[in-house]
Design a protein around this ligand. Structure first.
Ligand code: 1CP
Length: 375
């Protein structure tokens, strides 16, 4: 089934479907590019809206403002995707843990989970009720984008959410969450199963509201041993993937899994049922491509620190990554993790333009015109 037929009406601007095509390993005219944390504090226009909102949560909970900051980076740069402005921690907040984002201190939960009884009281939140503000933002962004770029929805992985829910915030050593994992695996599995069901419902609600691709952020899967990663993180991401709607409006909805520092588990991620795997800069793209053997698309993987370098050095690094992936579809250019707060916005623009310019030789110009087949 076609997910996109090229428009023949010259008054209608063509849809930008590079991202969706690349995630499904279909031909494109140039490698699509977006950046994790492309909306955020490195943009002065974001800081202004954030100030107007009063707090980070107020910004997330006001659909018009969340929509505005989602679109800001697309006004500055020729990005091939918008990512919804929200946070992975809205889900535990909707479960009643009480999220506070304190300036300079990072996220904090008022009621973290410390005992089996705390976990026993948890329930899967109805996204249409407790997370309606996110779904309203998705609907608004889709309307505003009007096809100029696809919208990515997202959620945290069950394990990554659990680290914040048990620790009560960010952590360096994961003492509490690993303590629960080793001392009371039954409770940990119960928590991860609830999180997996919550994330599945939440992502399906985002898809129903108009998200055209979804990404699961497993930021802290990489702190586990290979065995624990499979049991406590990968297993529950597979549960999420298995429960997701894969088609909406007659179009395939690609699913991206990203485990930060997960380079040693690429084969497992590729076999999880997802369409694309995010790769950070500690893995070489050529090697990653060989290892996933055409089963999934790859997204990544420039070190965000390269954006502190000169324009020439940024272009050189873009070239290295494009050459490393090589010709053909299935690559979405991205950073290996989020844009740093200190980044000069112009440097991100240099990266985006370099990706389009330098990648054209790896694709055929007719690539974008061919209809997309359902994966
Ligand atoms: O006040 C502010 O502006 C706070 C900074 C901030 C921002 C801009 C936070 C707090 N969250 C966000 C937005 C956000 N978070 C997005 C927006 C969309 C985009 O990418 O442009 C997304 C996708 C996230 C996802 C997120 N939140 C992750 C997974 C991705 C990643 O970066 O690894 C994680 C781990 C979080 C938790 C979180 N929220 C905020 C902070 C500072 C953190 C990280 C804390 C930590 O390091 O433990």
């Amino acid at each position: 089934m076609n997910i996109h037929a090229a428009s023949t009406d010259s008054r209608v601007p063509p849809e930008n479907n590079r991202l969706l095509r690349a995630l499904l390993r279909q031909p494109v005219d140039a490698t699509p590019v977006w950046a994790m944390r492309q909306a955020g504090r490195y943009l002065p226009e974001y800081r202004k809206v954030r100030e107007r909102a009063g707090s980070f949560m107020q910004l997330c909970m006001t659909p018009e403002l969340a929509c505005e900051v989602t679109l800001q980076p697309l006004r500055r740069f020729r990005l091939d995707a918008a990512i919804l402005f929200s946070d992975i921690l809205t889900v535990p907040d909707a479960m009643g843990l009480g999220l506070r984002m304190n300036d300079g201190e990072g996220p904090q939960f008022e009621r973290p989970l410390r005992t089996a009884a705390d976990v026993g009281r948890l329930a899967v939140p109805d996204p249409e009720d407790r997370l309606r503000y996110v779904l309203d933002a998705v609907r608004l962004v889709r309307r505003e984008l009007a096809g100029s770029a696809p919208l990515i929805g997202f959620a945290g992985s069950p394990w990554t959410l659990a680290t914040y829910m048990v620790e009560g915030g960010s952590s360096k050593e994961y003492a509490r969450v690993k303590g629960m994992m080793f001392q009371d695996a039954v409770t940990m599995h119960r928590l991860l199963d609830i999180n997996a069901r919550a994330v599945t419902m939440y992502l399906n609600a985002q898809i129903d509201a108009g998200a055209q691709a979804v990404m699961v952020f497993d930021t802290w899967g990489g702190v586990l041993t290979p065995r624990d990663y499979r049991e406590f993180s990968l297993r529950y991401m597979r549960q999420v993937v298995a429960g997701l709607k894969r088609e909406s409006d007659g179009r395939r909805v690609p699913v991206i899994l990203f485990t930060k520092a997960g380079g040693s588990w690429l084969e497992d991620l590729a076999a999880s049922g997802c369409d694309a795997v995010g790769v950070d800069w500690t893995t070489d793209m050529a090697e990653a491509r060989k290892r996933v053997a055409g089963r999934v698309a790859l997204q990544g993987n420039m070190d965000p620190s390269i954006l502190y370098a000169s324009p020439g050095r940024i272009r050189q690094e873009v070239q290295i990554i494009l050459d490393s992936y090589g010709p053909g579809p299935g690559h979405v250019f991205n950073l290996g993790h989020g844009v740093h707060q200190q980044t000069d916005p112009d440097r991100l623009g240099i990266m985006v333009d370099a990706v389009h310019e330098l990648s054209a030789k790896f694709h055929s110009p007719a690539g974008a015109a061919a209809p997309i087949q359902s994966g």
